[in-house]
Design a protein around this ligand. Structure first.
Ligand code: ADQ
Length: 405
């Protein structure tokens, strides 16, 4: 298997994440906290680093401060061996403009590729929850002789409109690629499913350079990987698909094999949390053979006092549950829940506080949200709608630092 040293990793982390508002009001989508102690970007970076790809540029643009800080404090690889994860902000290298689209972001950063001259480039998205050994995909890329290989997964056809949809006759060569089609085609052997792009690409370096240069000259292009670059390479018969279902990661369970989630919306972000907390989780955060790496944080352990309990829940360091009940929930560090409060089916981010006797149901409380004593969230949705953001499926979201009323 390829050892990753001839591969440069480029992580696309400049998306706005509009559909994750208000969690992205103040931070880039890849910096959104997830699963207690992680941020979304930790999943792709863990996959690349465990897979031996240890020269990684993270292209950032939108509200990138907390993302930059997270990368530089958490993702410090060994400089002695030339390994690095480095945030690369938009720098207007090709004139006075920010990144137009994801392909333009790479095009504006090609100096990084020239500096390293790798044989292959793994361009991965930053917004997904999954485990994947990228070496297996790179091996498949080399074996097929394609110029670009796109990771593919089956999803329900009803969800496929948010993705790039792949058609392949022989299971490897991509015959057609439709970016976010209105009416996605189903699979011949399973009409209710579509085969979609995971937004992870492996390129042979020269093929990527040629494709980006050609795209930059095309006035009709939006300079987007999924909309422009991949269809152009499909047109030239240079694109292959890699079936994610064949990817095997050490320590995965039969249950979480093949797990991949795009957390583009509040509802999918919430649902992905519920996948973590059951006894036999659909996604196992406790796989020690392929851990999702995170900043350890300097905090005391979680504490339960005055009969406080948490069941079917993840409780991070620094949390204090005092005489309160926490059920089916995920708590980031430093959450404080006071006597008599009930927190059910909720995701509470760093430093959230729930006062005495308050009730929080099916809610997401961003960092440092305060729920005063006796307040109710997620109990009367009609009322909540007039004060807070409520998602299509009724998840109530309070933004960073907000105080509930
Ligand atoms: P989307 O996720 O909708 O579809 P996009 O918004 O471009 O596409 O985001 C892809 C990645 O690129 C994200 O990690 C995002 O943060 C980043 N990104 C977006 N714009 C950027 C920019 N200007 N600079 C740097 N980074 C940027 C894509 C593909 C689909 C595929 C889905 C899978 O286009 O074909 O099915 O991903 O989730």
């Amino acid at each position: 298997m390829i050892d990753g040293s001839d591969v440069l990793g480029i992580v696309l982390a400049g998306g706005e994440g509009k559909r994750l508002m208000p969690l992205t009001t103040d931070r880039a989508k890849p910096a959104v906290p997830f699963g207690g102690v992680h941020r979304l970007i930790d999943f792709v970076l863990s996959n690349l680093v465990h897979g031996g790809i240890r020269r990684i540029c993270v292209l950032t643009q939108y509200k990138s401060h907390s993302l930059d800080r997270h990368i530089s404090t958490t993702w410090r690889l060994s400089s002695l061996t030339g390994e690095y994860v480095t945030p690369v902000p938009a720098q207007q290298r090709l004139g006075p403009r920010w990144f137009q689209g994801s392909a333009d972001a790479i095009h504006q950063s090609l100096n990084l590729v020239h500096d390293e001259s790798p044989a292959y480039i793994a361009v991965f998205g930053a917004d997904n929850i999954y485990r994947m050994d990228p070496r297996q995909m790179i091996d498949a890329h080399i074996a097929s002789g394609a110029g670009v290989t796109v990771a593919g997964i089956r999803v329900p056809r009803a969800e496929a409109r948010s993705f790039g949809v792949i058609s392949t006759g022989d299971g490897t060569k991509i015959d057609a690629f439709l970016e976010k089609p209105e009416d996605p085609p189903g699979l011949p052997d399973s009409p209710d499913e579509s085969y979609v792009s995971m937004g992870n690409y492996v390129f042979t370096t020269q093929v990527m350079l040629d494709a980006l240069h050609a795209d930059a000259k095309n006035p009709a292009s939006k300079h987007d990987m999924g909309r422009d670059i991949i269809p152009a390479l499909v047109e030239k018969s240079e694109a292959a698909v890699y079936d994610f279902n064949g990817n095997v990661v050490p320590g995965e369970t039969g249950r979480d094999h093949g797990y991949w989630r795009d957390v583009g919306t509040i509802d999918s972000y919430y649902d992905a949390h519920t996948d973590l907390i059951s006894t036999q989780p659909i996604f196992n955060l406790y796989n020690r053979k392929w851990p999702i790496l995170a900043h350890p944080g300097q905090r005391a352990a979680a504490k339960f006092v005055e009969g406080g309990t948490a069941t079917q829940s993840i409780v991070s360091n620094g949390c204090i549950i005092s005489g309160a009940q926490v059920v089916d929930s995920v708590l980031s560090p430093d959450v404080f829940i006071e006597n008599g409060a009930v927190v059910q089916g909720s995701v509470l981010l760093d430093g959230a506080r729930v006062g005495r006797g308050a009730v929080v149901r099916r809610a997401i409380l961003d960092k440092n949200v305060v729920v005063p004593p006796g307040a109710h969230i997620g109990v009367d949705l009609a009322r909540d709608r007039s004060h807070y953001h409520v998602s299509d499926f009724g998840i109530v979201v309070l933004g960073k630092g907000e105080t509930a009323i």
